[in-house]
Design a binder for this molecule. Structure first.
Ligand code: UD1
Length: 377
């Protein structure tokens, strides 16, 4: 009997990182791979599904404007119940640390279905940073049966928490698989603003911010810093894709709508985002994904957070944690812009996040561990 795998996700980053796993599973004999989206995000997930040509088998369509974390959990749990009944998966795959991933791991655990966690073991050990992602990933760590750790540090975090070593697998991060596939077919950007910027003459900084712990004053500081950096450097253009969350977009638009050389653009589709990352001078971000993507393109990253669960980039020297005060943000950006030595020292030598074969390893492990006899751990 074929192994029934259900990949479930709700936001764009999960789609990006599960796409190669879904692709790989669909090419294997003895596997039936179904895709379910919670659609915690509507536009952003649809964009990603289009790029990766994934057609979901079920769509819970849970997103509401200004949803709370409780809303996401409640609607996802209620929505998935009938889907489990009809599809009867042997294993449910979740990715990362979103509230959708937590809700789906919980629902599967309630039914005794094996849970596989892709990108397991990232930790800051601080529940407030990033919030609620650190909580989510720790809780998923308790619920999961198979833990696919992207790096040695992540694997060691899981082992230190007492998870049995035969349930923890070092696979690399699937985002590298995705980037390598996409970069062979880099298309011209669809975004008009990106097409107008002269990437040869100007130095471009990519800025993204959307984390909950940065809502309020930190986001305002980030906006002020962006304005100052643009004003102080005539050869700099800033590309800032504005996250659709109203608590982010209102602040960015109020502070930056008419600042020269600051381009507030709609959330970029993933291939446009990668296009900018490959051509920018450096990135300033609170996103976890961009911290992992930048080393593939040897781009320095200033991390606009207090802590990161991705210390590998810091150790490799490609990323620096700069917090969210105006003084530190402007200082760190100016250092990179004005000092070639600092800039050169931040270009990573080796990609610490993977080799592009993570999805194949995950598929192998699923087939080996969940063969007919091993099923239902
Ligand atoms: C979520 C994840 C975060 C991930 C991010 C990627 C949680 C707790 N957080 O954060 O880890 O990095 O997604 O983007 O799961 N919205 C739209 N259209 C969209 C997407 C969002 O209108 O396509 C708006 C909605 O008003 C929604 C709000 O954004 O209510 C916030 O979305 P939500 O999923 O609650 O949190 P994110 O900050 O996006």
């Amino acid at each position: 009997m074929a192994l029934k795998v259900m990949a479930v996700f709700g936001t764009r980053p999960e789609a990006i990182k599960l796409a190669p796993v879904i692709d790989e599973l669909r090419q294997r004999d003895g596997v039936e791979c179904r895709v379910v989206v919670t659609a915690q995000h509507r536009e952003m997930i649809d964009q990603a599904l289009n790029i990766f040509e994934i057609r979901p088998d079920a769509d819970l369509n849970i997103m509401r404007p200004d949803q709370t974390l409780d809303d996401v959990v409640c609607r996802a749990l209620a929505g998935i119940a009938p889907v489990f009944e009809t599809m009867e998966p042997d294993v449910v795959l979740v990715q990362g640390d979103t509230t959708s991933a937590l809700a789906m791991a919980l629902a599967a655990s309630h039914r005794g279905i094996t849970v596989g966690h892709v990108e397991a073991g990232l930790r800051t050990h601080d529940k407030a940073h990033p919030f609620p992602e650190e909580l989510n990933r720790q809780m998923i760590g308790r619920l999961a049966d198979l833990h696919f750790a992207p790096t040695e540090i992540a694997r060691d975090n899981l082992l230190a928490e007492g998870i049995a070593s035969d349930r923890v697998f070092l696979t690399g991060n699937t985002v590298v698989d995705t980037l390598l596939r996409l970069s062979t077919e880099i298309r011209e950007p669809v975004d008009d603003t990106l097409r107008r910027i002269d990437f040869d003459k100007q130095r471009v900084i990519l800025v993204t911010a959307h984390r909950r712990e940065n809502f309020g004053a930190p986001l305002e500081h980030i906006a002020t810093a962006v304005r100052q950096i643009a004003e102080e450097h005539a050869d700099v253009e800033i590309v800032l894709p504005v996250h659709p969350n109203p608590r982010v977009s209102a602040v960015m638009r109020a502070a930056l709508a008419n600042v020269e050389r600051v381009h507030l653009v709609k959330p970029l589709n993933y291939s446009d985002l990668i296009w900018v990352l490959a051509r920018c001078y450096f990135a300033m971000t609170d996103s976890g994904g961009i911290q992992e993507e930048a080393p593939t393109f040897k781009k320095p990253v200033l991390v606009m957070r207090e802590k990161t669960e991705r210390p590998e980039g810091i150790e490799a020297g490609v990323a620096k944690i700069v917090g969210t005060t105006v003084y530190r943000l402007v200082g760190a950006a100016s250092d990179l812009l004005n000092n070639e030595g600092v800039y050169a020292s931040m270009r990573a030598r080796k990609n610490p996040y993977g080799d592009g074969h993570a999805a194949a390893r995950i598929a192998d492990i699923l087939l080996e561990t969940l063969s007919d006899t091993a099923r239902k751990l």
